[in-house]
Each structure stands twice: as C-alpha cells, then as structure tokens.
Design a protein around this ligand. Structure first.
Ligand SMILES: Cc1cc2nc3c(=O)[nH]c(=O)nc-3n(C[C@H](O)[C@H](O)[C@H](O)COP(=O)(O)OP(=O)(O)OC[C@H]3O[C@@H](n4cnc5c(N)ncnc54)[C@H](O)[C@@H]3O)c2cc1C
Ligand code: FES
Length: 496
C-alpha cells in the first residue's frame, strides 16, 4: 500500500449492462475480470472502496503451491486425483502470473524463489519428509532437505523449487488498467448491496445504481450473497499480523513457513534502499482476541529472537477465510444457481489459488470445462442450512435504545479510555461504546448486520470485528469488510 500508486476509478452512476459483473477488486476479482475481457466479454468490476485495498493489499504475496503441509492430508481425505487438481491449479496460477508479467512487462518485483516448509522439532521432521513424498507423487518438484538457510536450529524442510514472490498491487494495478474500454468498466466506491437472480440473468444492486448481466461473480472475499450455498456455516475468518522489518544481514534466498504452531512466515521484498523483511504470524480467529495489540508485540518479540532487528518500518493485520475442508470454494455459488459464481476461502494461500480461481471461473462462465474445477466445486457439501427466521427478526430489531440505571452505565463507560471501545452488557441488553480521542462517547448496537452475532472491539485496529463470519466495522460503525453490507445501527442509551 505504501509503495504503489493509488487508484481513482469513477463510481457507478445509474444503471448499466455488461456480460459479466465482477464484485470485488482483489486478486480473485481482477484476474477473473481480466481473463473474461481478454476472451471477448464485456465486464464491470466494482469495489466498495478502492481496488486492491482489501486482503490482497495486505497480503505477504508469496506465490506458491506449497501451502505449509497440505498434500498428504488432501490425498488422505479426497484422494490423489483431486489432490492433483489442487496442485495443478496452483501451479497454473503461478505460471499465469509469470507469463502475464512477461507479456505485459509488469514492474512488480516478480522473482522466482524456492518455497520452504521447515520443521523446528524432530516430530515435525517426519511430517515434512512425508509432505515432500506426497507432493512429489502428485507431480510437484518437491524434495526433502536438511539445509534451511534461516538462523536457529531446524530439523529439515520440504522445498518446492521455482515458486515466486511479487508486489501484488503493482501487478494487479496493471491488469485492472486494461479493464476499462470497449464496453467494460471499473467502478470504485460502489458497494453491491444485493443480488437478484432471474431466468435470463442477474441484477447486482449497488448503492449507486444497478448492473444487469448474464453472470455475476462474487469475489468480495467472503461472498456478500451467501444464502444459496450457506457459506456462513462453512467458513471461519482468521486474522494474522505482519511486520516489515530491516535487519543488518542479508536475508536468505527463499520464502519460508514453519510446520508447527505458532505459525511464522518469512520473505523479503525490495523496498527503498535494500530489502524489507516481512514476517507474519500470531493468528487468531477474528473477533476472538481480547487484546489484539498483544499479537503485534508477540510477533515482534519472535522476530527479534530470530534476527537482530534494526527497525520495524511497517505493521499491519489482515484476515482470510478457512473452509470446512481446507479447500477454497470456486465455482457456481450452489447447485441450481447457474448465473452466480464465487471464489473464496483461500486459507491464507490466495495468490496462486486466487489466480487459478480467475482461470476456472472464466472457463465455467464461457461454458468450457476446466480440469481443476471439480476439487473446488462449492456444491461439494450437501448440507445447506436455512437462513433462520430468528436472524431476520434480530436484524430488524437492531438499533433503538436501551434503558439502564445511571450508576451502572456511567461506571462501565468510565472504564473506557480515549480511543478505546467495549461492548457493555447490563440486564441482558448490549451496547457497543466507543470513546473517541476527544473523549466523546459514541454508542452503537453491537448486533452484526450480517446475521446478528455480537461484534467485539479490536484495540489494535480500532474496529468492531464479528467473530461469526468476519464482518468488520470502523469505530463509528461503518462497514470495513464483508460479508456485511450494512453499517452497525446507532443505539441510544436512556438513563433511568
Ligand atoms: C496476513 C496475510 C498474509 C497472507 N499471505 C499470503 C501469501 O503469502 N501467499 C498467498 O498465496 N496468500 C496469502 N494470503 C491470502 C491472500 O492474501 C488472500 O487469500 C487473497 O488476497 C484474497 O483475495 P480476494 O480477492 O479473495 O479478496 P480481497 O483482496 O479482500 O478482495 C475483496 C474485495 O471485495 C471488495 N468488497 C467487499 N464487499 C464488497 C461489496 N459489498 N461490494 C463491492 N465490493 C466489495 C473489498 O473492498 C475488496 O477490495 C495472506 C492472507 C493474510 C491475511
Ligand atoms: S459476520 Fe456474520 S454475523 Fe457477523
């Protein structure tokens, strides 16, 4: 975000029609839109904010098919055939990025590197050896090695050669720049709020007008239209923390992640004069950490235990979705819904897979078969719970006022320092209270407007985060992240 230009695409103004509406300007949406336009279709890519400022703008951007330990597990659970589809799709995603970088001469620091999953204990050593065998059996060039060029004692690693890293914004900005023209568009600051499936197409309703098209693609990270496939029952949001640090020694050639918890991942990135080293980790389920600042502290302490850290130049956090079977959902949103497609659940491995998602969706929308579509098919689960009526009622009742005794509420509010927030519960009634930097109190209903769970305060990012499906809201209640499309409701506190 700090080392690439900002965008200024216009918002949608009124209604329009294209062949395909792609909602969400991250790696999945931009790649899908780009490939569809290249194939001769007209597309409209819309984003609620500026493109590539969601998780793709806050990723660590290793492009690899080595997803920590995945292949032994996949072979055991879904069989070698589907595990090979998973591996081939990721390799194809990586190779597509490489070929587009070459074809369009994209200045995005794309560089091939070996990917390592390394063991830090003797028990983990067997796991990486086994992973190397499993990956090789699927045709990936994986080997076990004793040599891990990171400081400290390690117990071997699986290496996958010829993987890569890049600057994801600089790469995607160029692809997005090719979208407008010949009947295609990019609309920023345009939030999709609903979607209507019709026999002859789809209407995407936004806060700026409606877009009609033959097909719609939900690439909003978590699908904002999630009822047909009951995605709310099949994915968990997980946040991770990242630091951009400077160290006094050269960083080794490779991209690295460890086997056992807590997870730590390393890579370097040219930035200014010299390399920035990006270290990530300290994950937790969104909305379920009492003190999110502690996650930055523990990550920094870990980084300092590995390298002498000269400076911490950047820090940020972001989230991604973990699916029920640890395989992304890419394809028709649900059986019988032939005009709406989805790409989600990348489990913190969305660069190669998000690109493969674009390839799969572009094929399916054009009526072509795709060799890897089966393993990612979202309708692989039969069980599809209903959107319960009680949720509808809860959302309809959100907002209004709570009536409480003066002493109790004032005591609770008095414990909140400036710049902090808290969900206060008195006599079974809840209110989300934020005290701004100037000391003024803002009160909101903590009912998440997606499906009615109670949001929690995130003290590091100053946001309200929902533990159920990862919707996030600014301190004043405005939507930051999907699946919600509605702000938190105001809630008045009436003192008795
Ligand atoms: C800390 C961290 C590190 C990671 N590191 C790696 C890595 O090294 N390698 C790797 O392969 N993967 C990595 N990942 C995973 C990868 O970054 C993600 O899987 C990927 O970026 C997800 O892309 P996306 O296009 O699905 O979503 P996003 O990039 O989040 O894009 C979704 C877009 O949809 C828009 N949107 C949302 N709601 C609406 C709406 N209602 N209307 C219109 N637009 C909307 C948002 O504004 C956003 O721009 C990492 C993830 C995290 C959290
Ligand atoms: S994100 Fe689904 S209920 Fe909050």
């Amino acid at each position: 975000m700090a080392t690439s230009p900002e965008t200024a695409f216009p918002p949608l103004d009124g209604d329009g029609r294209v062949d395909v509406t792609v909602i969400g300007g991250g790696i999945a949406g931009i790649t899908t839109a780009f490939l569809l336009k290249k194939a001769g279709l007209t597309v409209a890519l819309i984003d609620a904010y500026r493109i590539i400022t969601g998780t793709t703008g806050h990723t660590t951007a290793k492009i690899t098919s080595l997803h920590r330990l995945v292949y032994r597990d996949l072979i055991d659970r879904v069989g070698s055939g589907k595990a090979k589809q998973y591996a081939d799709a990721n390799q194809a995603g990586l190779n597509l990025i490489a070929s587009l970088v070459r074809e369009y001469d994209i200045p995005c620091d794309f560089v091939r590197k070996p990917a390592y999953t390394y063991a830090e204990s003797e028990e983990s050593r067997d796991l990486v050896m086994d992973e190397a065998d499993a990956a090789r059996s699927l045709g990936l060039p994986a080997v076990f090695t004793e040599e891990v060029p990171l400081p400290g004692r390690t117990h071997g690693a699986v290496i996958l050669e010829d993987q890569a890293q890049f600057h994801p914004r600089n790469y995607l900005l160029l692809l997005a720049g090719h979208l407008p023209g010949e009947g295609s568009y990019v609309f920023e600051m345009t939030r999709a709020v609903d979607l209507e499936e019709r026999a002859d197409g789809v209407v995407v309703k936004t806060d700026r007008g409606s877009l009609s098209s033959d097909y719609a693609v939900l690439a909003t990270h978590y699908p904002i239209y999630d009822r047909p496939g009951a995605y709310f029952a099949r994915m968990q949001p997980s946040r991770s923390y990242a630091l951009g640090i400077r160290i006094d020694e050269p960083f080794p050639n490779g991209i690295f992640i460890n086997v056992a918890a807590p997870v730590h991942s390393w890579r370097s990135q040219p930035a200014g004069d010299g390399d920035l080293v990006i270290v990530t980790g300290a994950p937790h389920d969104t909305g379920k950490a009492a003190d999110t600042r502690a996650h930055y502290r523990s990550l920094e302490a870990y980084a300092r235990s590995v390298y002498p850290v000269r400076s911490v130049d950047y820090h940020w956090s972001a989230q991604d979705y973990i699916t029920a079977d640890r395989i992304p959902y890419i394809g028709r949103i649900a059986a019988g819904h032939d005009r709406v497609y989805v790409a989600t659940g990348f489990q913190k491995w969305g660069m190669a897979a998000g690109t493969a998602a674009g390839m799969i969706l572009a094929d399916l929308i054009r009526g072509r078969t795709n060799p890897w579509a089966e393993v990612f098919d979202p309708s692989r689960f039969r069980e599809q719970p209903e959107f319960p009526d009680r949720v509808r009622k809860r959302l309809a009742a959100a907002g209004g006022a709570i009536e409480v005794g003066t002493d109790r509420i004032d005591h609770e509010i008095g414990t909140i320092p400036p710049g902090e927030g808290k969900v206060i519960e008195i006599d079974g009634q809840k209110v989300a209270v934020y005290r701004d930097g100037g000391g003024e109190i803002h009160t909101l209903d903590p009912t998440c407007m997606h499906m009615g769970c109670t949001v929690a305060w995130n003290n590091a990012e100053k946001s309200w985060d929902c533990p159920c499906h990862g919707s996030r809201y600014a301190a004043d209640g405005r939507v930051i992240e999907s699946p919600t499309v509605r702000d938190l409701r105001r809630k008045e506190v009436v003192r008795r």
